[in-house]
Design a binder for this molecule. Structure first.
Ligand SMILES: Cc1cc2nc3c(=O)[nH]c(=O)nc-3n(C[C@H](O)[C@H](O)[C@H](O)COP(=O)(O)O)c2cc1C
Length: 449
């Protein structure tokens, strides 16, 4: 039987660290948890109830010699190290101008220097084994720091940067690294800062969910690329968070996949920077060869099982789609590594309430391309020509000027026939397909990827 794997989890006596220790122990790992408070460590040890496979190390990882000692004690006890999870965090809220030197020092010690020292101490063991994983637990705050997290977010950003170095320097010795950056997590650390009135429990992540993502990094089951920062937005969080649901789902069910794909499509339609905002759509050319082009996803309607893009009614694709309504959408998110291919039947609409409404909601700059004097795709001679009215080349049209564009505006509404969901993962890809009848998906089926 292969030797049981070993993880070090700092900040292991509560919150994410405790949930992770529990998860890894149930999977047969041996785990060393480090924490500052000996009494809390003992309570955690009792709660985990694992004697042989658990080592508790009282230590303040904000003190670099102690951070190094944690690694040495664990390696001395277990004889190997497979994952170092720098989870301990110190997240005080402090207005920028009030952060004196002692304060800045304490924040960087726990969140930056401790992890760096532990990584350095673990490296020779990893080099000897020619394997190992580092996970630095960061915060969503590195993307969008809550006021008061000036020092904390910057210190965690440094810990994220370390992971890119781990990837580059670890490549030749089989060492991988990840940063996991959750939003608000239901932990004592969060509740020490914010009450339920500021952040309701319904808007927090469960520590077990975050622990699941970290465990997937430790075991190599994550779909995320080595060296990446895995952002986990809190439920209901504002802003344009990357999608990571599928990566976070260890054993997704078909209903999970259906929920995941609709969430992606809906966010793709509403968030300009979402990776699904600009899919490729393919139709059949009149010469029976496929034609593909990038478009903007304008609407994803779950109840109506339809997707929408806008186009110039004169463009070749409209004629193609009238002759053959088959249209396939291709979406890909390189961060979460989920591809969707949606087969549909397209309807080119140029009149009616939907078209009027969509035109009314289009911004002036968006309307400018519909004022093109020439039919898209025709030859413009021996010089490039942007095909815009001369007066509007460097500005947006006024409401009045944009009106003639309405005649060239078309809405392409596509009734979904089937969706093929593919999630790339290190431990083997997953693929599912849903067939829609009368706008309703069937129960889905797993397919060979
Ligand atoms: C990022 C991006 C977004 C685009 N969005 C649209 C769009 O929403 N609608 C559209 O008709 N063309 C869009 N285009 C242009 C198309 O890709 C294509 O060049 C144009 O529609 C002509 O296609 P056709 O000759 O197949 O009709 C977009 C191109 C890019 C690069």
């Amino acid at each position: 039987m292969p030797e049981a794997k070993v993880a070090i989890v700092t900040g292991g006596s509560s919150g994410i660290g405790l949930a992770l220790a529990r998860l890894l122990l149930t999977r047969g790992w041996r785990v060393a948890i480090a924490g500052r408070d000996a009494a809390r460590l003992r309570a955690a040890s009792d709660a985990l109830g694992a004697r042989e496979n658990l080592l508790t190390i009282p230590a303040d990882v904000g003190d670099t010699p102690q951070a190094r000692r944690v690694v040495r004690e664990s390696v001395a006890r277990f004889g190997r190290l497979d994952a170092l999870v720098n989870n301990a965090g110190f997240a005080p809220l402090m207005p920028i101008e009030q952060g004196d030197d002692a304060f800045l020092d304490s924040v960087y010690r726990v969140n930056t220097l401790g992890p760096a020292a532990a990584i350095a101490e673990a490296w020779p063991t990893f080099t000897r084994q020619r394997s190992g994983v580092i996970v630095n637990v960061s915060t969503y705050g590195t993307k969008d720091p809550f006021p008061g997290f000036f020092a904390y977010a910057a210190a965690k950003a440094a810990a994220e940067s370390m992971i890119r170095s781990v990837k580059n320097e670890g490549a030749s010795i089989g060492v991988r690294g990840y940063a996991v950056a959750p939003g608000a997590v239901e932990t004592p650390l969060l509740r020490g800062l914010f009450g339920e009135d500021a952040i309701p429990a319904s808007q927090t992540l469960r520590p077990e969910a975050v622990a699941g993502v970290i465990a997937a990094c430790c075991t190599g089951e994550t779909g995320e690329a080595n060296g990446s920062v895995i952002y986990l937005a809190s439920p209901g969080a504002q802003g344009e968070a990357p999608e990571h649901d599928a990566g976070a789902m260890e054993a997704p069910t078909l209903p999970d996949v259906l929920t995941d794909l609709w969430r992606r499509l809906e966010r793709g339609a509403t968030e300009r920077r979402h990776p699904y905002h600009q899919p490729v759509v393919s139709s059949m050319g009149e010469d029976a060869s496929p034609r593909s082009r990038t478009v903007v996803l304008r609407n994803a309607d779950r109840d109506g099982a339809s997707l929408v893009f806008h186009t110039d009614a004169r463009s070749p694709k409209c004629a193609e789609l009238r002759a053959n309504t088959a249209l396939t959408w291709t979406f890909y998110d390189p961060a979460s590594k989920v591809q969707l291919r949606v087969r549909s039947r397209a309807e080119v609409l140029t009149t009616g309430e939907i078209v009027d409404q969509r035109w009314a909601n289009t911004r002036a700059m968006g309307r400018r391309c519909y004022l093109a004097p020439r039919t898209p795709g025709v030859s413009v001679g021996d010089q490039p020509d942007p095909n815009l009215p001369e007066a509007l080349r460097h500005r947006e049209p006024t409401e009045q000027e944009s009106k003639p564009g309405r005649a060239n505006f078309a809405v392409v509404r596509c009734a979904i026939e089937s969706v093929d969901w593919l999630h790339l993962r290190h431990d083997g890809h997953r693929r599912a397909q849903f067939v829609f009848r009368d706008r309703k998906p069937d129960g889905g089926a797993w397919l060979a990827p």
